[in-house]
Design a protein around this ligand. Structure first.
Ligand code: ADP
Ligand code: MG
Length: 252
């Protein structure tokens, strides 16, 4: 199996806090890989390192064999590696279609591009993807008027506008009601299967990630605690103890 992302001995500290301590993991192409761990265990920090949001202190991050740890966000995005945020980042005063169109231009980061005309194919693509996530009937609504769950679906569709090869999702189901969660999981699976998007997903909702992921990594206190299939992770005592706040040991 080809590793799309290869993280090797990556460390990142903020002042005295070691947020990631020599983390090594692999994200295989075409699969859904999960990342779990208690609050503050370093999950978001690792995502930020992978997408080039901040430089790492040591280690190596490869995307399809290319060292990317010295690249910043725009360059990494151009390679087809995108992320979504724990908090949604949409333009709440714009309608859904315009949010979709504008998301394509994030790569150029030129203010003037906000005002250029979009080719009709792009609008068509935006509407198709809004249909894919179940928001077609809301496409002309101001996105700030959508429910939080619908905003997350919109954000997911915005990421798909850029045809990512690998999408990092930071707690996609957080704050979403159970009915929408099932729809979102279904869309994530279909994006992986039908659009060929490899997914790396941080998730707090255990049933969701056990259901969605092919394999799961668990962090605790900034270190890699365990890796395995959903079944293995669910019955791993170190993982259970980490979540219960008990004592655990990290194998070096
Ligand atoms: P998680 O996503 O697993 O909840 P984070 O990666 O957000 O964990 O945080 C890991 C640790 O790093 C926490 O102790 C957090 O306070 C710290 N941290 C994260 N980002 C920053 C930052 N920008 N500045 C200082 N400390 C940070
Ligand atoms: Mg986080």
């Amino acid at each position: 199996m080809t590793a799309m992302i290869e993280v090797k001995d990556v460390s990142k500290a903020f002042g005295g806090i070691i947020a990631n301590d020599k983390i090594s993991l692999e994200v295989p192409e075409g699969r859904v890989t999960g990342l779990i761990g208690p609050n503050g265990s370093g999950k978001t920090t690792l995502f930020n390192s992978i997408v080039g949001y901040h430089p790492i202190d040591e280690g190596s991050i490869k995307f399809e064999g290319v060292e990317i740890s010295d690249f910043r966000v725009p360059k990494i995005a151009r390679l087809g590696l995108l992320r979504t945020f724990q908090q949604t980042r949409i333009y709440s005063k714009m309608n859904c279609v315009n949010n979709m169109l504008i998301s394509v231009n994030h790569r150029s980061e030129r203010f003037i591009d906000l005002f250029r005309d979009y080719p009709p194919e792009l609008t068509e693509k935006a509407e198709q993807l809004l249909d894919f996530v179940g928001l077609y009937s809301k496409r002309k609504l101001i996105s700030g008027d959508l429910s939080f769950g619908q905003q997350k679906l919109l954000e997911f569709a915005m990421a798909l506008m850029n045809e990512p090869r690998l999408l990092l999702l930071d707690e996609p189901t957080a704050g979403i009601n159970p009915t929408l969660i099932n729809g979102l999981i279904d869309r994530l699976r279909r994006a992986a299967a039908e659009m060929g998007v490899t997914l790396f997903v941080i998730e707090h909702n255990m049933p969701v990630i056990m259901n969605l992921a092919d394999s799961i990594y668990c962090l605790a206190n900034g270190r890699l605690l365990a890796h395995g299939s959903p079944d293995e992770i669910q019955s791993d005592e170190r993982v259970i103890n980490a979540y219960l706040g008990g004592h655990y040991t990290v194998d070096d």
